[in-house]
Design a protein around this ligand. Structure first.
Ligand SMILES: Nc1ncnc2c1ncn2[C@@H]1O[C@H](COP(=O)(O)OP(=O)(O)OP(=O)(O)O)[C@@H](O)[C@H]1O
Ligand SMILES: [Mg+2]
Length: 253
């Protein structure tokens, strides 16, 4: 199982939109066995997948040592399973910090060992934050995708994220930054300058960019979220859907 983490300390850049639609595509278009981990107490990805409250959440794995297999839920898409999150992650993060005599950042990696062969790919939707559950996810991640919007303060956020990844590499040498992915992209001259600056820092950048949604696409996004569907089911021809598809192709190539 390869693990991909979509991440940025900045909120509202599109991590959940891209993680959920990517997970959908990987299973429905590529036929892969996909596990989506919701690592955000906001639980947006979990709500999209209509998580039930019988299975428990990521917090129960981190805090109570509940078996991963008990927590995994099946989605309505045959090849897509998920681990849900909710506000319980706040307590779990405190609890993990207080645990003594164990590697606090390796709880999830150890717990996931038993399901390594059950999935082809694991997609993690991260919070706009760095905390114990994010360190636990980075400890088992292969590829980091930094989702960003092209705003003046975005570069600083990307630098901070890169620093965190570098620190975690000391105990997870498989971890690498696969690329910076621009979302809500509009082709302004400033956008090109932004990319040049990122490249100057030696960071890989995806050539696929996810366009800023036009009004019909935005309506599609709202409908998809409300109806618990992917963008590909609601507006397959929207530019945003086509862009996410191109990004998935680039990621898998
Ligand atoms: N390409 C896009 N064009 C226009 N709107 C977008 C685009 N991508 C995402 N959005 C909208 O931006 C908002 C934030 O998106 P999303 O929840 O995916 O961000 P996030 O990074 O996961 O946020 P958070 O940090 O709070 O978890 C949502 O309303 C979403 O519909
Ligand atoms: Mg989110």
């Amino acid at each position: 199982m390869k693990t991909i983490s979509l991440i940025n300390l900045k909120g509202g850049v599109g991590k959940t939109t891209i993680a959920t639609n990517l997970a959908y595509l990987l299973t429905e278009s590529w036929g892969l066995r996909v596990l989506l981990i919701d690592n955000d107490k906001q639980g947006n990805a979990s709500r999209w997948l209509e998580a039930d409250d019988k299975h428990g959440t990521l917090a129960n794995i981190l805090m109570d040592g509940v078996d991963v297999k008990e927590v995994i839920q099946h989605s309505r898409y045959g090849g897509l399973d998920f681990i849900a999150a909710d506000m319980g992650l706040i307590e779990a993060n405190y609890d993990v910090i207080r645990k003594e005599g164990i590697r606090q950042d390796s709880i999830l990696r150890e717990a996931m060992a038993e399901i390594q062969d059950d999935y082809d790919i694991c997609v993690v939707d991260n919070p706009p934050d760095i905390n114990m559950s994010v360190f636990n996810v980075l400890a088992l991640t292969d590829d980091v995708i930094i989702v960003t919007v092209l705003e003046a303060d975005s570069i600083d956020g990307i630098r901070k994220m890169v620093q965190q990844v570098e620190d975690v590499k000391q105990f997870n040498p498989r971890l690498s930054i696969k690329g910076v992915l621009a979302n809500q992209y509009i082709a302004y001259p400033d956008s090109i300058a932004f990319f040049e600056e990122i490249k100057k820092e030696g960071l890989p950048v995806f050539s696929s960019r996810i366009s800023y949604a036009t009004r019909p696409a935005k309506r599609g996004m709202v409908a998809a979220s409300k109806n618990h569907q992917s963008l590909f089911e609601v507006c397959p021809k929207c530019r945003v859907s086509r862009d996410i598809m191109k990004f998935a192709e680039e990621l898998l190539s």
